[in-house]
Design a protein around this ligand. Sequence first.
Ligand code: XIL
Length: 579
Amino acid sequence: MIHMLINRAHQHLLPVILVAVLLITGGVALVLSHTNANQTVAGPGSLDVLAGQWQYLPGSAAGDQESLRIQPDNFSIVHQDGSGGQPNPPVNLFGTHLETSGSWHVFATLSDVQDSAALQLYGQVPLIADEFRVERKSIRLSFAGSTLTASRWNGTSQTPFTMSLPFSPAPDHTINLAIAKAGKTLSITINGRLAGIMPEDGSLSTGTVWLGADAIKTAWTLSSLQASADAGGHVGLVDASAMHVNGPDAQGLQTLASRKRPGFMVGAAMALAPAVSDSQYAGVAFGGNFGSLTTENALKWQFVHPTPDTYDFHEADALVALAQRHNMTVHGHTLVFGEANPAWVQALPTATASDKQHVQDVMTDHIKTVAGHYKGKMSSWDVVNEPLADSETFDPAAGQTFRNHIWYRAMGEGYIATAFTAARQTDPQAQLFMNEYGLEFDGERWDAFFALVSKLKAQGVPIDGVGFQSHVYEAGDKIDPAVLRAHIQKLARIGLKSRISEMDVYNDDGQAVQTQQFPAIFQACLAEPTCVSWTTWGVSDRYDFWQDDDGSIQQGADLLWDKRMRPTPAVDAIRQLLQ
Ligand code: XIL
């Protein structure tokens, strides 16, 4: 089983190095070779980093002559109830980063800095979820007025070590910054003067330096970015957007499924950070196991529509590009949801009729803009995600059937029909789904959901199908495939398709439950002609993070590939049923 990671020839840069990496995955040798390092310099001489690929950096736009205009797009992550607001500064993931060893320098010119500007250098890319960002190894240099705040994350604590370094701003609003890494120290020079020296603590010693830039209050311009190696050191530019995994693997889950039932899609929710920064992950995710990619978080409101007047498609565009390059379809998650909405959405008033109309306009504009941006590129959408009240509050007898979020408060259950209608008008080719959890069981929740979709169908609302999330988070969530099949058949009789949309299985009781549940639900879907896709919520436990009630960040073990990127026994069990 041999995969080659081959990059597209980059227009401005010369492909120079060929690196072959031998990975042993679950006893199977996987050769990944990549020609990503487009240019290298050892010793004196510097690389023009901005001449690389920057087109997918969130919050930025190309300026004149290889400069980047950095916009204050207010990227932040809110808690599910809308509170908080952890900053989420953009990283150039699907683009250029550095490969380094030994001692090196980075030089940056920040122009038109009216009040504030920030650059961040990452030894490891951050991992992003809806409610939190896991900062791994990085250095952040944030300029405000005449103070540079330098923060360092060393990969073990979420609380950075921070230093405040005063400097004299230049009258022309330009900051010339030099960062020198020598051994375990970083020297920071501003406008020709040494501003400070910071212990590096391993944060930029991983051999890889990813780059990010953001504006805090007003836009500024990154007008130059150079890197050079000192004697004995090395710096190279790597274009992660050139990544391509050759395939498909003959034993890949999608490869096998396509043989067994042509058109059936095996999918996974994916995020950009692991896809571009981890070649083992990329080999599994893009090498024939999955024919469909669900945008895990990149299209949730707070990421794609951070302020009322800004949409940022950079990251989701990158995922779509990766999927297309690997002949995968894309399932868009999600247009309307009660969670992961930015503070500005959560704060919209719903008191008066005109407030309500405004909320409806905000929702339909969002659907038209986002589904319009991806018109022809999405094979399907979760138009409405989780319309039902959470299981703790769900109580139809007490009138608590629907989730009481901003959309429901403004429009009642009519928001659902409005959302589907807007989505169909915008992208008539895309299949439109309503996605929910807990539908795999008999009972009031399923009854209420079935009544809802029956009503929508009877009213002629353009809904094509239902997503069964199929999260198995604890013993009580275990799914009976016979009940699931009965529900899929019931939906088929009213003209609705089904998909298993977000399956993952806890392993607190050991792997046996996973080894039983994953293939059993896969098989149930495969056997029903109207069940069009089996999709899992993530690829590998290596990137399976969640936040406990006390706020601590935990790593799960719920997915098909484990932390070491070895296939779990459930993968073999699915392969067997596909033979
Ligand atoms: C999850 C994301 O994957 C996490 O990164 C985030 O921390 C929480 O939300 N049902 C859904 C998905 O429809 O949007 C959720 O995604 C998982 C549950």
